[in-house]
Design a protein around this ligand. Structure first.
Ligand code: APR
Ligand code: PHB
Length: 389
């Protein structure tokens, strides 16, 4: 097989890149390790920046998102027993859209299939070759048959555990990392959301988040120990703990029901530099991870592939390599700002087991400052709706 761009991974980064290239007449093949159904069964993030929405519109994948997504003009921070609204619309003139990453993935997959663009699901043993030369290729096994895909570029969109970053010699890459001494226990349930906007709660018992996927489907999280055993969290215990982390009125209004998904995610900040190695580019989770507090992971994947698609369009259109030469630095500049924001909001809102009383007071002082200063709120809001690109 032959193509211009071999895309590894059929998550949001790979799928959106595929559509952006397709729209410019650039041929790409996506190789995905899992089945389509498996990819569509993963529950992931749910907050889209308007830049991400614009990209989805630009590739013609925005119809269901506009019909079913929930535009949010603000969210709330809960601390000291009170909810404080961050009015995104007033502070920035912009909003975010609640739409599950799973749904966005489905829309992009359906669009890709309707255009007859090639995706190989259940591509096993994917291996990258010769991306430091001029003729890269990717080998894989499909239904037990060894195959080879020749290409001009490889886009590594295969997430944190993928093969792309792992194919680069360690000496060519610098890793920046921070772990956090806790995780998030998340639950999905077919109950109406407790509030029409998201609530980020940072009370004494630890962080909690009230989110949603629709008017009838809620997503809730509580901060838990990093090594927490999910078997210790029957639904009732989860709901009890969530209530204890909310203000009385919100706890009272909470509608509970059986969980349809429950999982624990560790929190981590991670960046691999650079994001280009010869003819291999990394994009999305393959290159960086943010803790979910700022809702930036999915949106960073979108801005990465925006930059990458522009670079490849310049290359194939004008035979100019200026764009591909600038990709890594351009993407990383935005990535690091989102890393900073996600680290900051995580540090502000969580209970750190080792924190001294001083640390708690500093968190509280910063929250009080935020709630009382339009300037501070504007800085939070402008990062939350997404920095420009
Ligand atoms: N070969 C082929 N495909 C692979 C391989 C491999 N060796 N390893 C991983 N993949 C696939 C995964 O199965 C997955 O479908 O790559 C895809 C990567 O998708 P995501 O993990 O969703 O990563 P990305 O597209 O960068 O999406 C951004 O931001 O909100 C966060 O974690 C959230 O998934 C989201 C991410
Ligand atoms: C989610 O709905 O899954 C979600 C929302 C906001 C976040 C993180 C996760 O900051």
């Amino acid at each position: 097989m032959r193509t211009q761009v071999a895309i590894i991974g059929s998550g949001p980064a790979g799928l959106l890149l595929g559509q952006l290239l397709h729209g410019a007449g650039i041929d790409a093949v996506i190789l995905e390790r899992q089945s389509r159904d498996y990819v569509l069964s993963r529950i992931r993030a749910g907050v889209l920046e308007d830049g991400t929405v614009r990209l989805l519109d630009a590739v013609g994948a925005g119809a269901r998102l506009h019909a079913e997504g929930l535009p949010h003009d603000g969210f709330e921070l809960l601390f000291g027993g009170r909810r404080h609204r961050i009015d995104l619309q007033r502070l920035t003139g912009r909003r975010v859209t609640i739409y599950g990453q799973t749904e966005m993935t489905r829309d992009l997959m359906d669009l890709r299939a309707s255009e007859g663009a090639a995706t190989v699901f259940e591509a096993k043993d994917v291996a990258l070759h010769d991306f430091d030369g001029s003729k890269p290729s990717v080998t894989f096994t499909k239904d037990g048959v060894a195959q080879r895909l020749d290409c001009e570029f490889i886009a590594g969109c295969d997430g944190y555990h993928g093969i792309s970053r792992a194919s680069v010699p360690g000496s060519a890459m610098q890793i920046f990392e921070r772990g956090y001494p806790f995780g998030w226990l998340g639950i999905l349930a077919d109950v109406p959301p407790v509030s029409h906007e998201l609530i980020y709660a940072g009370e004494e018992r630890g962080f909690a988040l009230c989110s949603m996927r629709s008017q009838s489907r809620s997503r809730y999280y509580v901060q838990c120990a990093a090594d927490e055993d999910i078997a210790n969290w029957p639904d009732e215990r989860f709901w009890d703990e969530l209530r204890l982390r909310l203000d009385p009125a919100t706890a009272e209004a909470l509608v509970t029901g059986p969980s349809i998904e429950k999982s624990i995610a560790p929190l981590r900040s991670f960046v691999a530099e650079p994001m280009r190695f010869g003819r291999l580019f990394l994009a999305g989770d393959a290159a960086h991870i943010v803790p979910p507090t700022g809702a930036k992971g999915l949106n960073l994947a979108a801005s990465d592939v925006h930059y990458l698609s522009q670079a490849l369009i310049d290359y194939f259109g004008e035979r100019s390599s200026a764009g591909i030469d600038a990709y890594s630095a351009k993407a990383l500049a935005r990535v690091w700002k989102a890393e900073r924001f996600s680290w900051w909001l995580t540090s502000l809102m969580h209970h750190f087991p080792q924190d001294s009383a001083f640390g708690r007071r500093i968190q509280r002082a910063e929250l009080d400052y935020l709630a009382g200063s339009d300037h501070a709120m504007a800085a939070l809001a402008e990062n939350y709706v997404g920095l420009p690109y």
